[in-house]
Design a protein around this ligand. Structure first.
Ligand code: ASP
Length: 593
């Protein structure tokens, strides 16, 4: 599968940006085309319907047919331009190189075919074929601006996911596409799909492994094939498209994933083959599960119900699962639902997590399986490290609660992106952005009970006492949420217990109102007290609680160190109020309080 290297001698052309501006060497040059910028795309043809023809009444791939056909299609090849610019002299091999007509952005996408032999129906593909594609991307990486992989639709979601994990620190677009109807037929979606993929791969630096189909560019590891009879064959249920190709090609740059490091691109092609997908169904037998989890299996994607649930009244099943995770088998929980994420909101989901199953959040089964295969192949990692890697967002394949933010904050990728977008490079400006954004992010980490992110934020030099737009500090938020661990962490980092938000409330006051006893105790130990402002209304509040017989409410105020004999707006004490309505329990409490 070697491609003849490009001729280095490029007569009559000059470097320009990421493409090359081509001048005409003939007298027939036209002003319109003489300013075209050329970009280069490698098209790797692996097979699939796009290049199939009928043989004995059934479709199968036809070798060496695609390029010949495309050469005759003016929307996919401009032969006049190729001749006038002597394109083939500089781009070899000429019989495999084509050029698109001029694009709206004044670009010429020159594309060269690398055709595999044999061409495959994607149902016949294996992880070894994914590795071959990965190795070719690596081999030709520096020679091309982008890559288009022609592939059958049946297993495209698996290949695209696998490639997304294989490609580490990718900086150029890799776009898989294909079609539902062969390109040789009159009503084929192949022409549009190929054209769209080429235009995007040749004109936009989207550093992701993507899938282009029916006017949409998707993140590859988010897609699944949903329709075998429609041109709209794929869906990306948990992530909007990266681009829409309507009248114009609109890229949603906010959604585009960027590697967080500046390391060199590499391809890690090893995959562990001892993985599998196990779909739960009501009545599944223990024997089935036991047989499935037997050696040599090393990793399983467990397709569960709803938000990650499995029966918690089937101890037999849970025991088999626990035994497997204890043996070191990594089991990842993914939902059978097309859309949504795995959570532990139900006891039935909690049971799996207790049995050692890792949450797969909103990953598609295709992405989860290829990720597992990729992670398990990393022999230098321990099982625990592999499990951690499975629950980390590696290539935008999932949103693991605040996981995305966690990663980006700890390596400050978030700030870097903002700085890049705003074209900011100097230290002072970076610090200004950090100071503006971090307090709000710290508050949201506190809300999520996420001390790891708080620590990452602190390490970036942010004062955890800084307040958000409402004057609320992370301690206010943690006190409201009742997150004891966060309150403890913040206090250990010298968070002040005295800050007031814009309503004049202290964290202690928040904890009293939301009745977080443990938090009140902790804050009190650190010297917190109800402020004089807050005390103004405390007497009335105590009387209200006494009137409604709310002993728990009164107890928490007492725990906060407030005088239980304070009178309300009408001068009555809580004891008098409770006595008047003869609430004995409250009266007894207040008498000794
Ligand atoms: N069976 C074909 C394949 O996956 C289907 C297609 O390409 O659409 O190769």
């Amino acid at each position: 599968m070697d491609l003849q290297l490009l001729s280095q001698k490029s007569v009559c052309q000059s470097a320009m940006g990421r493409g090359r501006r081509r001048n005409f060497c003939t007298s027939s040059k036209s002003p319109e085309t003489s300013s075209d910028i050329e970009t280069r795309v490698l098209v790797i043809n692996t097979g699939g319907t796009i290049g199939m023809v009928l043989h004995n009444g059934v479709l199968s791939p036809e070798p060496n047919a695609l390029v010949k056909t495309l050469r005759k299609l003016p929307i996919l090849h401009d032969e006049q331009y190729a001749q006038q610019t002597k394109l083939y002299e500089s781009y070899k091999p000429e019989d495999k190189t084509l050029v698109l007509p001029q694009s709206k952005l004044n670009k010429r996408v020159v594309y060269t075919f690398l055709e595999y032999s044999p061409l495959l129906d994607s149902s016949n593909m294996t992880p070894n074929d994914w590795s071959t594609i990965g190795k070719d991307i690596e081999k030709y990486y520096e020679q091309y601006d982008g890559f288009v992989i022609l592939h059958g639709t049946d297993t495209m979601a698996y290949t695209v996911s696998a490639l997304s994990f294989m490609c580490e620190n990718l900086g150029k677009p890799v776009i898989l596409t294909g079609s539902q109807v062969p390109i040789f037929e009159m009503r084929s979606d192949g022409r549009d799909n190929l054209l769209g993929a080429l235009l995007i791969a040749g004109q936009f630096v989207i550093p992701e492994v993507c899938l282009y189909f029916y006017h949409r560019l998707y993140r590859g590891n988010r897609v699944t094939k949903v329709d075998s009879g429609s041109f709209k064959a794929f869906a990306s249920p948990n992530l909007p498209p990266l681009a829409n190709a309507e009248v114009d090609i609109e890229i949603d740059w906010d959604t585009v994933w960027r590697p967080s490091t500046t390391e060199k691109f590499t391809v890690y092609t090893q995959m562990n083959h001892n993985v599998g997908l196990l779909r739960l169904f009501p009545g599944i037998t223990t024997d089935t599960v036991k047989a499935f989890l037997k050696a040599p299996i090393e990793g399983v994607i467990l397709e569960t119900y709803g938000s990650g649930n499995a029966p918690d009244n089937r101890q037999d099943l849970l025991d088999e699962i626990r035994k497997a995770t204890q043996r070191g088998v990594i089991i990842v929980n993914c939902t059978q639902c097309l859309r949504g994420s795995v959570t532990i909101s139900y006891a039935t989901g909690q049971a799996l997590s207790n049995a050692g199953v890792v949450a797969g959040f909103d990953m598609t089964p295709e992405a989860a399986l290829s990720k597992l295969s990729h992670v398990l192949a990393k022999q230098d990692l321990t099982t625990e490290e592999k499990k951690k890697m499975m629950s980390r967002n590696l290539r935008g394949e999932m949103v693991a609660d605040l996981q995305g933010a966690k990663i980006s904050l700890s390596d400050s990728r978030f700030i870097q992106i903002i700085a890049k977008t705003l074209s900011i490079g100097c230290k002072e400006e970076l610090e200004a952005i950090r100071d503006a954004l971090m307090p709000t992010l710290a508050c949201s980490a506190a809300k999520n009970g996420d001390t790891e992110t708080l620590e990452a934020i602190r390490k970036m030099g942010t004062d955890l006492n800084k307040a958000d737009y409402d004057g609320r500090t992370p301690l206010h938020i943690a006190a409201c949420e009742g997150h004891l661990n966060v309150v403890e962490y913040l206090l250990s980092k010298r968070a002040t217990v005295y800050s007031k938000d814009r309503f004049g409330d202290t964290p202690l006051h928040n904890a009293i109102h939301l009745r977080h006893k443990g938090v009140v105790e902790l804050l009190r130990k650190s010297g917190a007290h109800v402020s004089s402002d807050e005390l103004k209304d405390a007497g009335t509040e105590l009387c209200r609680l006494a009137a409604s017989g709310d002993l728990e409410g009164l107890r928490i105020w007492k725990l906060a160190g407030v005088d239980m004999a304070m009178s309300g707006y009408d001068g009555k004490t809580p004891l008098e109020v409770a006595g008047a309505i003869e609430h004995t329990e409250v009266v007894n409490f207040l008498k000794v309080a």
